[in-house]
Design a protein around this ligand. Structure first.
Ligand SMILES: Cc1cc2nc3c(=O)[nH]c(=O)nc-3n(C[C@H](O)[C@H](O)[C@H](O)COP(=O)(O)OP(=O)(O)OC[C@H]3O[C@@H](n4cnc5c(N)ncnc54)[C@H](O)[C@@H]3O)c2cc1C
Ligand code: FES
Length: 266
């Protein structure tokens, strides 16, 4: 696998603390699955020196070729620097890395659970489901979008128009239902039937979803977001605790970042 340069073709702020960046690089040709990720670097910059991991959010053909898209939230040095990049600038890309979400088991309703910038992998996830087993019944796919406040809620407009079921929640009630994503899910569990959860978001949310999945007996796959330095198994920066062997650690870049919730202690 080679690190290559990719030219930014679209870059916009979609919410006060959320940006969408698209660059000419074909994630599909590199085995894309929702929640697989790339390591993004900044040619010519020495600070930050290390690349950073981002999920592929969406991939499409813009008429001139394939572009891959990420969503990001400015957090620290790298993501602040990214907000200054312009269309035509180059980023360096290594990937795709990691495993990605599995296909839902036959007979299970996929419930996608996004907290804040954890929305990133789900546009492509919806595309996979609607290109596959849910083509004729998009409303069976349920996407929960949760944030602390209204400005943390966003998803690509085509996803809203796709016919899937979307539930929005905010902690402060400024958009959608007031309260936590777990509360909104708990209210719907009796009517959703046999579900399979797919979640990405802050660690406390993943922890709460694991507790719910264990209590109610449904499978739930967590996309973890540990800090990473290499992205491919050599540095040990990204470990998560093995639930079956407490005190031992699993490299989330190599064996994850997606784990069935019973496999790890998030
Ligand atoms: C597999 C994977 C996929 C990811 N996908 C996305 C994505 O699609 N969009 C996106 O915005 N981010 C994503 N992230 C997180 C992203 O990589 C970090 O936000 C980024 O590395 C921060 O770099 P920075 O230099 O801006 O911040 P830093 O200077 O490295 O850190 C700034 C602050 O943020 C904290 N921080 C950094 N990373 C994380 C984290 N993962 N969780 C909690 N706190 C953190 C640091 O502790 C520090 O306090 C992903 C992470 C992983 C592992
Ligand atoms: S990030 Fe280096 S081992 Fe996972």
């Amino acid at each position: 696998m080679q690190r290559v340069k990719a030219t930014i073709v679209e870059h916009e702020r979609v919410q006060p603390a959320m940006w969408r960046m698209a660059f000419r690089w074909d994630a599909r040709a590199r085995g894309l699955r929702a929640a697989r990720f790339l390591m993004l670097g900044f040619p010519g910059k020495t600070d930050p020196l290390l690349p950073r991991p981002f999920s592929i959010s969406d991939v499409r053909d813009d008429g001139d070729g394939v572009v891959s898209e990420i969503l990001y939230k400015p957090m620290g040095k790298a993501t602040q620097l990214m907000t200054d990049l312009r269309v035509g600038d180059a980023v360096s890309v290594l990937g795709l890395l990691g495993n990605g979400f599995p296909d839902p088991a036959p007979g299970k309703r996929p419930v996608l659970l996004a907290g804040g910038i954890g929305n990133a992998p789900f546009a492509h996830h919806v595309r996979e489901l609607l290109d596959g087993p849910f083509r004729e019944r998009p409303s069976d796919v349920v996407l929960f979008l949760a944030g602390r406040t209204a400005s943390e809620i966003w998803i690509q407009p085509w996803v809203r128009a796709s016919g899937i079921t979307i539930v929005e929640t905010t902690d402060d009630g400024t958009r959608g239902e007031k309260g936590r994503i777990t509360e909104a899910l708990a209210r719907r569990l009796p009517s959703l039937g046999a579900i399979e959860g797919f979640a990405c978001g802050p660690t406390p949310m993943l922890r709460a979803l694991k507790a719910m999945a264990v209590e109610h007996g449904f499978p739930c796959h967590l996309s973890t977001e540990e800090l990473m330095a290499c992205g491919y198994g050599v540095c040990n920066a990204c470990v998560v605790e093995d639930a079956n062997r407490p005190g031992t650690w699993i490299k989330s870049c190599h064996e994850g970042p997606v784990f069935e919730c019973r496999e790890i202690i998030p």
